[in-house]
Write a protein that binds this ligand. Sequence first.
Ligand code: G4P
Length: 550
Amino acid sequence: MTTSNNQLIAQQAVRRRTFAIISHPDAGKTTLTEKFLLYGGRVEVAGAVRGRKTLRATASDWMEIEKQRGISVSSTVLPFEYQGYQINLLDTPGHHDFSEDTYRTLMATDCAVMVIDLAKGVEPQTQKLFRVCALRKIPVLTFINKVDRPGLDPLAVISEIEAKLQIEPVPMNWPIGSGLDFGGLVDLATHQAYLFDKTSGDLRVPYETIPLDRLHQQNLRAGIAHHALEEVELLHSAGARFDPQRFLSGSATPVFFGSALKNYGIEHFLRAFLDLCPSPSPRRSNLGLIPPAAADFSGFVFKIQANLDPRHRDRVAFVRICGGRFERDMEVLHERTGNRVRLGRAHLVFGRERETIDEAFPGDIVGLVNPGVFRLGDTLCEGQPLRYEPLPQFPPEHFAILRCPSSDRRKQFERGLNQLIEEGAIQVFVDPRASHQELILGAVGELQFDVVRYRLESEYLTQTTIEWLPFKSARWIASAPGDTTPPRLRLPYGTRIVKDQYGGTAVLLQSQWDSDLLTRDNKHVQIMTVRDAATADFELSESEIAQANR
Ligand code: G4P
């Protein structure tokens, strides 16, 4: 590897910004994504974002669309250039297609933008997604959206962020009024106010910049300027200062107000985003931290997506490049199996389009057409063999038993299910104590069950019936390495202790109440919401699946 090649990798890595937007449905993620793309010059693409959302309107429509078009509606990465940066915006499906993939995608980002609706505050899905960012200490910028509409008291929303998410919110700007009375934004660092031209519908809304002490002279409704100045004074005396180190370590989040729809504050936010969002940082592996500018290529699979088109039914493994340079047709080590694989069919998957990729750098995502070789969490590398940290396992929220009513399709059913479990399309649990053992399937999103059933039907020609179980969540019980005896637990009524596909012990719960009781009554064990998966070798074999289904 030559010095100039190393320099090229370093230069390219430094200009990458790989991030995701997290939010509760309707907070404005799609609108903000469009604005990112519009400012980034991918105008034609912005419409596609809205289009995709419309297509996702209902779960059944979504399946229909998958079937008719033979594509997956949910894209994985929206790449675009902006002011010399290569920005990779990773898509985090949020509505009906909210699934474990949404969480796993966050494992491949370097930063997240959290969108909060000013009228709603911190909502449940935001909280869940934020927890995943917190798990990996991913830096988070906060955008409080819809200042053009009447909302909650901004100070109350700030307090809520702190209370619910346990992160220090540091306001960077502050709204002057809201709804019809919205006058503009105060930049808390420069003490200037930006007064937007509210009659302009343009992307770049014209605004006047004035020093804060002239705010009183503006034509704002009585009390608005006074109130805003009081709040700014209050924030000032509270003394919250933005500390880049605390942001990068996930302890503090800079907070920006604005309106994605009306473009208020968007330009400032994007500029701040480019300043703050880190370029790819070193990643943890069994060999220690691997720097992006490493001479050798390495990356990990964070998502596997099946193409539901019966004409070319391939699977795409999405790889986040962590170090070195990817080149099409390169041969790399597939660390889990020890085999060498040639990365021939590499794509940039963008919405419905697939563009062949010739080279890519740390922070980029490439889609590899996967002939069943890759699994979630797999590491691909050149040079000295290394393994990136395993992907965590997230608690499912829906549980069910799938059955194959036709006895002559049982074999195909078992093979198909086993394949889908391996792919990570769905989680699986077994109750070792049950007299009649059946596989309990678990998924973060209900749509995952639809996809599994659809694929069993179309790829393995197997009809299934489904029996929903009353569980709503799971908690894992930590055990020491090599410890095979299940811990003694006091279980709340109606819960079930099970093994997951990696041999971990989990408890299936029907409510938050159960979860609280489990924690209260079992202080002698460590109870985990998220499990760092799969260092264990244990996997259910086809024969075990067959036995469990009998
Ligand atoms: P999501 O992806 O987070 O689900 O939200 P999305 O951007 O689709 O926004 C949800 C709704 O909120 C949309 O309205 C959108 O126009 C609106 N919205 C987004 N940002 C703002 C904002 O800054 N101010 C105001 N007033 N509204 C905003 P919709 O009627 O549901 O959809 P559409 O008909 O506009 O597409």
